[in-house]
Design a protein. Structure first.
Length: 57
């Protein structure tokens, strides 16, 4: 289960990407969450996935 609040989600996802996953796709596959759900929710607070940095910025 992922946080529903976009700011909490940002913190949660960036921590997981930094410490455990090499890509957003790997995180989403492991957690069984569509990447589009995370991307769309974080876009509402103006954060977008940077694959080179492997984080939302």
């Amino acid at each position: 289960m992922i946080p529903s609040d976009p700011i909490m989600l940002l913190s949660f996802v960036n921590l997981k990407l930094r410490d455990y996953y090499g890509s957003l796709e790997a995180l989403c596959d492991d957690m069984d969450v569509p990447a589009s759900e995370i991307v769309e929710k974080l876009a509402t607070v103006n954060y977008h996935y940077d694959a080179e940095r492997n984080q939302f910025v």
